[in-house]
Unconditional design. Structure first.
Length: 398
């Protein structure tokens, strides 16, 4: 098989899904991951649409169902924790999906599926990359080097390998928000409902249950782009603590959880824009290529589908350039559709003044009323109906 020795950079959802399909098609696969072990942090993700179709092809539907977070829906609450509106997961307006799973649990499931057949290099990163006509020379951070036929970058939004190959061709569309995630101890006020709370200052708290006896917290806040994502974890914690110091609701309880968190993560919410997802013998998938942010949704769909499509095209095409082009032609229209946000989003959902928060809470109450829900059900699709946003090609051997 031509171009059979492939290096995948990144052992997260996109990279591990890609490793599975490349191995299925008979490629020799190596995965390099800069962390010394799997990164199992993160919040809820939903596996639906094309991602769910692919997981069923991989024989993982039972594993994913077993790891469900147990979340039954979402409640929008005021500063006294009074419910303004609630949307069970069966409701068309609910952000809770049928297949909710923690990002870390999903990564672990994928890793268990591929670990016996794929070579892993944990605790290493690509330090140097030389793309030639016939191969790609890689210098790893531990001083070792190796040659590969192809390299596929499956890293995050801040991919360092992407910068080495694509340089200034990549731009970012900052959405005016920073997001932070961490695990908190479960309290009596936590239950199987996700709870969303808006606070003055353009802050949104989202508290969600997990299936491990703890609680997952996401705090987003409006800000000019200030490079917070490049700071140390401790400095990021201090910034978040300052942002929520005057907030009410459950902010006092969460301050301690922030300080004690061992899986704290902060990042800017930016979309990744690049005119071409491949250069020579290197291609990229997932957030490194087309991050849509949680606001756009479909991030899991795109990570999984991108991996499935590029592996299938490499299997179908002896010419890797044709494979890369076909992959991009299939996926880019969907990416561009998802990256187009409605006017005013996300700013409208993050009011800075108390008056703005009160107005938004009133709108939540109206949306959650029985008449509004009835009207929405008349005009919305059944959430359990197959989603055809992205039609998947069937590849021989899949």
């Amino acid at each position: 098989m031509k171009n059979s020795n492939i290096l995948v950079s990144g052992a997260s959802i996109a990279g591990l899904t890609l490793a599975f399909w490349l191995d299925r098609y008979g490629f020799k696969v190596t995965v390099v991951e800069r962390c010394t072990e799997l990164r199992l942090g993160g919040q809820n993700i939903d596996v639906k649409g094309s991602a769910w179709e692919i997981m069923k092809m991989m024989g993982l539907e039972h594993n994913i169902k077993q790891a469900n977070t147990t979340e039954i829906g979402i409640r929008f609450v005021d500063q006294k924790n009074n419910t303004l509106a609630e949307f069970p997961k069966e409701d068309a307006l609910s952000m809770t999906q049928e297949m909710e799973i923690l990002r870390g649990d999903f990564v672990k499931i994928l890793y268990e599926k591929v670990k016996e057949n794929v070579a892993f290099r944990f605790g290493e990163r690509i330090e140097g990359i030389e793309v030639r006509n016939d191969k790609v020379n890689i210098a790893f951070s531990n001083g070792q080097s190796a040659c590969f036929d192809l390299v596929i970058i499956a890293e995050g939004i801040g991919s360092s390998t992407r910068e080495k190959v694509f340089g200034t061709a990549v731009t970012f569309r900052y959405l005016g928000l920073y997001t932070s995630y961490f695990t908190a101890a479960r309290k009596p006020s936590d239950n199987q409902w996700a709870r969303w709370h808006n606070a003055p200052g353009g802050i949104v708290f989202l508290i969600r249950p997990d299936n491990h006896g703890s609680t997952r917290v996401c705090i987003n806040f409006r800000s000019k782009e200030q490079g917070f994502e490049k700071l140390s974890i401790q400095d990021q914690k201090e910034i978040l603590l300052q942002r929520i110091k005057d907030a009410e609701w459950e902010a006092p309880r969460l301050k301690k959880d922030i300080q004690e968190s061992e899986d704290f993560y902060m990042e800017r919410l930016s979309q990744v824009l690049v005119s071409k997802w491949s250069k020579g013998r290197v291609a990229m998938i997932g957030d490194a290529a087309y991050c849509v942010t949680p606001i756009g949704g479909k991030g899991t769909d795109l990570a999984v589908a991108g991996a499935y499509i590029i592996a299938g095209e490499l299997h179908n095409n002896a010419n890797y350039q044709h494979a890369f082009e076909s992959f991009e032609n299939q996926l880019r229209p969907f990416v561009e559709k998802v990256q187009k946000l409605p006017p005013g989003v996300p700013g409208l959902v993050y009011p800075k003044s108390r008056t703005g928060v009160n107005i938004l809470n009133t709108l939540f109450s109206i949306a959650g009323s029985k008449p509004a829900k009835y009207i929405m059900r008349l005009f919305s699709r059944d959430k359990k109906a197959p989603q055809k946003d992205l039609e998947l090609k069937h590849y021989s051997g899949a």
